[in-house]
Design a protein around this ligand. Structure first.
Ligand SMILES: [Zn+2]
Ligand SMILES: [Zn+2]
Ligand SMILES: [Zn+2]
Ligand SMILES: [Zn+2]
Ligand SMILES: [Zn+2]
Ligand SMILES: [Zn+2]
Ligand SMILES: [Zn+2]
Ligand SMILES: [Zn+2]
Length: 379
């Protein structure tokens, strides 16, 4: 199907706008029942950003999330308070709730700060972790909840209850070396950081975000300082940023020096707008459409040229070309700029057409030969 899973359900929910809140036959038949993973990162960012709690609540009800969804990722749902998570109360099946509100391999920093609130969310999470046989393996919290830690807060109390839930599960060991877990970097041996002075407050330890397997940090587990997640070696490849020296998922550390190919994390590039090591002081540019960072030297973009002075568009040329091909770009200046790309594109599509034609001819010829051979065999 061409619609991403959450789009399908949003579409169904929209159709049901005027009917009762409970799932009805029409929507159930549209959305089907493949709901292990409900990831709002699969839908258009703009759409997710505009969803409110009522929307989320209707979606969760419509798909019977409490009995179906194992992984819930609220990527880009920055407009919610969390009240819409109500239908998840007491879920025995949910394994992961990612309240980080950003997509995979994105920095958790959000501006403006999202309004998701402990008051709405924690009582719901409590019904999940208090249920016997609860399947929860991984919790990711929004960064705003972690920034001013206080032992008096409701959130802090919740972290302790969550740690208790893990403690009740008995001994868990590193799948590689068998060392008893958890071993965070502090001395507290807890599954989620509660040291209000530590940098890892509210972060879950020793649990891969991708596969939920448990490893120690000496074996297969890595912490990425951009997306601030633990990943095991099997789920994501890591590199060290040559500026800050921290370890990052390759998808998070996507900028590469054109001279030495050293990886630079997006954090270091974005904050300082510089390429380090080789291109001192050169400004890099970020495409307004695709978020790629372009070096003035490693790509063909002249400094200051990624944005158009005519229409103030700051897309990269690939994005300009895409928009042109979709008939969405009216600016003559932008079109002039990507003229060589347009020409190349039309040559490519023409030569593809020619190739298809010659293949067709070839097939025809083969069929004819085949027929001829067969008729010869008959005689
Ligand atoms: Zn280990
Ligand atoms: Zn993993
Ligand atoms: Zn990462
Ligand atoms: Zn860095
Ligand atoms: Zn370099
Ligand atoms: Zn772009
Ligand atoms: Zn650069
Ligand atoms: Zn323009």
């Amino acid at each position: 199907s061409f619609l991403a899973a959450p789009s399908k359900v949003l579409f169904a929910v929209a159709l049901d706008e005027n009917s009762a809140v409970s799932p009805n036959e029409r929507s159930s038949s549209i959305v089907g029942n493949q709901w292990d993973i409900l990831d709002f990162g699969d839908i258009e960012k703009k759409l997710a950003e505009n969803l409110n709690d009522e929307d989320i609540e209707r979606v969760l009800q419509c798909i019977d999330a409490v009995n179906k969804v194992k992984r819930l990722k609220l990527a880009n749902c920055v407009n919610i308070t969390g009240a819409g998570l109500e239908p998840l109360r007491g879920s025995l099946i949910i394994e992961q709730i990612d309240l980080g509100l950003v997509g995979a391999h994105q920095s958790p920093k959000l501006y403006p700060e999202p309004s998701i609130s402990c008051n709405h969310v924690l009582p719901i999470l409590d019904t999940i972790i208090a249920t016997e046989g609860c399947a929860l393996r991984h919790l990711q919290f929004p960064l705003v909840w972690l920034q001013e830690p206080s032992t008096d807060s409701e959130f802090h109390q919740f972290l302790q209850r969550y740690n208790q839930m893990w403690a009740n599960r008995g001994t868990i060991s590193c799948l590689e070396c068998n060392k008893g877990l958890p071993v965070g970097s502090g001395s507290r041996n807890e599954w989620i950081g509660t040291d209000t002075h530590g940098p890892e407050y509210g972060q879950q330890y020793n649990t891969c975000y991708g596969c939920f397997k448990h490893y120690c940090y000496d074996c297969k587990m890595n912490f990425c300082s951009t997306c601030q997640m633990d990943y095991c070696d099997d789920c994501t490849k890591m590199s060290d940023c040559q500026v800050c020296g921290d370890s990052h998922c390759n998808d998070c550390c996507e900028h590469e020096c054109h001279e030495c190919n050293a990886k630079i994390c997006s954090e270091c590039v974005k904050e300082q707008y510089e390429c380090y090591g080789c291109v001192e002081g050169q400004v890099c540019h970020i495409c307004g459409d695709c978020d790629r960072v372009f070096c003035s030297e490693c790509c063909n973009f002249e400094p200051g040229m990624i944005s158009c002075e005519e229409c103030t568009n700051n897309s990269c040329d690939d994005c300009r070309l895409r928009r042109f091909l979709q008939g969405e770009q009216d600016c003559a200046e932008c079109n002039k700029r990507i003229a060589p790309l347009i020409v190349r594109e039309s040559i490519v599509s023409r030569s593809l057409k020619e190739e298809v034609e010659s293949l067709k001819a070839e097939v025809k010829e083969l069929k004819r030969e085949n027929k001829e051979l067969r008729s010869r065999n008959w005689n």
